[in-house]
Design a protein around this ligand. Structure first.
Ligand code: SER
Length: 588
């Protein structure tokens, strides 16, 4: 059997031979993009560089990246859908373009992975009002020997990738498919059809556009390549199976579930549960073990994590596993992945502690909740109010209620539930963000303070360095410190650092109010609000002002009055790339 590790090694080795620098997998939680919860593709952390910022390692990069996509969560349990997966990618940041990208894809697939060129079909962009038909890519494929009849021209829905968030870099793509040899499901069957005849393994995206609003695309200042190859899918294909759960990366996880369930031969339904647990526990272990750690909560990433864990527990119960499901499985996952993701080992204790807590919490209410569900279900379809009661009193995320209902042929009022849920989230947001280590409200208060301090710091830098054009290039907050990256081309002197600290502290003493307004993005920018360089924002944003001192587009959370912040201190100032400085600071 060809293993996941072998594929990853080959890929990186191949692109090293083509002069690519290998970069580390970035965090699962996007740093530059407030519009999405998770890193959904390898390109995501590279958005600022696709937009033109210089990358410290050059113009050719390759990596494997941990990714989470929740869009297909309902399909998890079949042979190929996953929420967590690894993606291989190579990038050209304004360097090579279609010819090299396609030729190298072909060389790697046929010479290094030994796929039969006769089984390869490709798709290219058919063209529309935003971008022309991609004849150039089609011609490159033809020059490599792919006949016209195996080149399919498809519209934007199929052959356009990005942006990763609401706006940003995107472009037409060419996708590569392996013909599994199955019969066509219909005369229209072609790559992209979901019947399983064609298995997609690689996508080369030619990112030369920037989506600036719902309908508007502009040319980027450079032509980029972004490619993505799903590791699990490709390993499955290389081993001649079309079921991702049969590869080496899943076998020990599935074996552990079998052991816990004390079952050898699963029914079709049980097998679905096994796969859901395997997939969701991988996602949960990686979210908990991420360098930008998140713990279960009812908010944002924390809520997705909670849903993964709770759904696993419910499916475990269907297999007869009544206790201690998460820990044994997470241990297998950590052991399997720690060589490539050492953060899982560093955070092992936190991962296991949080899983135990969440499992205990959910099991306390699960049985009662199931009995309550039975009662509710006797009345027929499930109302929004009842679904919300199951969530609030028994901790049933929506999917669990929906699954239970569909097992009885009943429907749930999803829209109504969403409404109730949003109201509830708004309430908890004002209390505490709860997205960091420990998920304690105390930690959330500290992070809100650091968040507000970040705005003060940005403005203080612009004032002290007498440079209005200093832009935020990234920011990261943990309960311990803030980290702020900004555009500036030299080291700060000790005197300047002191002046920045003094200015921030002076403002804190003045006890300025923090004001929040909702505005259209255009209006916010016109009003002079600061925005992060390269960040993508939704059409409507919040603008936070601190007295007359600072004004920024931001998702919050912030304190109401800065007198709460205490004393601000810079701990470190360093360079992280040409023209980009990083400050780490604390509140004492
Ligand atoms: N971003 C593209 C994808 O995910 C290529 O990397 O398919």
């Amino acid at each position: 059997m060809i293993t996941t590790k072998e594929l990853k090694n080959k890929y990186l080795e191949f692109f090293k031979s083509k002069k690519h620098a290998i970069i580390e997998s970035a965090s699962l939680i996007p740093e530059h993009d407030p519009t999405v919860l998770f890193t959904t593709a390898g390109m995501h952390p590279l958005v600022p560089f696709l937009m033109g910022q210089e990358h410290p390692l050059g113009k050719r990069l390759a990596d494997f990246q941990k990714c989470i996509r929740t869009g297909d969560i309902e399909h998890v349990g079949d042979a190929s859908h996953l929420t967590f997966f690894e993606m291989l990618g190579n990038w050209s940041l304004g360097d090579y373009f279609k010819k090299e990208a396609i030729e190298w894809s072909y060389e790697f697939l046929t010479e290094w992975l030994k796929f039969d060129p006769e089984k390869l079909s490709v798709t290219v962009f058919a063209g529309d009002k935003d971008a022309p038909k991609d004849e150039e890519s089609a011609n490159i494929w033809k020059s490599l020997g792919i006949p016209e009849k195996r080149i399919y021209y498809l519209p934007k829905e199929d052959n356009w990738w990005g942006p990763a968030g609401a706006t940003g870099p995107c472009g037409p793509c060419t996708e590569m498919f392996i013909d599994t040899g199955k019969r066509r499901c219909s005369p229209e069957c072609r790559p992209g059809c979901s019947c399983g005849k064609y298995f997609e393994i690689w996508n080369d995206v030619f990112m030369e556009y920037n989506k600036v609003s719902e309908k508007k695309f502009e040319k980027l200042k450079q032509k980029n390549v972004d490619t993505g190859m799903g590791v699990e899918r490709t390993v499955a294909m290389m081993n001649g199976v079309d079921n991702v759960y049969e590869i080496d990366a899943f076998a020990p996880i599935i074996d552990k579930i079998k052991e816990l369930a004390k079952v050898d031969n699963f029914t079709h339904e049980q097998l679905r549960s096994v796969r859901i647990i395997a997939d969701h526990m991988r996602a949960s272990t990686f979210i908990l073990g991420d360098e930008r750690g998140v713990t279960p909560s009812n908010l944002d990433q924390g809520y997705i994590l909670r849903r993964f864990i709770r759904r696993s527990i419910r499916h475990g119960r269907l297999l007869g596993i009544e206790s201690d499901l998460c820990i044994p499985i997470a241990k297998v996952i950590i052991r399997l992945y720690k060589p490539d993701y050492p953060e899982l080992n560093d955070k092992k204790k936190l991962i296991l502690d949080e899983l135990v807590k969440e499992e205990e919490r959910f099991r306390e209410t699960l049985e009662k909740g199931l009995r309550e569900f039975e009662k509710i279900a006797e009345k027929g379809d499930i109302s929004a109010k009842d679904a919300f009661l199951l969530f609030q009193s028994y901790g049933f995320p929506f999917e669990i209620t929906r699954e239970l209902a569909s097992e009885k042929g009943l429907k749930v009022d999803e829209k109504g539930f969403d409404k109730e849920f949003k109201k509830h989230q708004e309430l908890s947001r004002t209390g505490a963000a709860g997205r960091f280590k420990g998920g304690l409200s105390e930690a959330s208060e500290i992070t809100a303070k650091l968040h507000t301090a970040t705005h003060l710091l940005g403005e203080a830098l612009r004032v002290v360095l007498k440079n209005k054009d200093i832009k935020q290039k990234g920011s990261n907050i943990t309960p311990e410190r803030l980290r702020y990256d900004f555009s500036f081309d030299r080291k700060l002197t000790d005197e300047e650092k002191k002046k920045v600290e003094d200015l921030v502290n002076k403002k804190i003493k003045q006890g300025l109010e923090v004001k929040k307004e909702e505005m259209l993005l255009d209006k916010a920018i016109k009003s002079g609000a600061q925005a992060e360089f390269g960040a993508k924002y939704p059409p409507k944003v919040f603008v936070y002002s601190i007295g007359d001192f600072s004004k920024e587009i931001c998702m919050g959370p912030h304190v109401e009055n800065i007198k709460e912040l205490g004393h601000f201190k810079i701990k470190k100032e360093e360079s992280i790339a040409a023209g980009v400085r990083r400050i780490k600071a604390v509140l004492e």
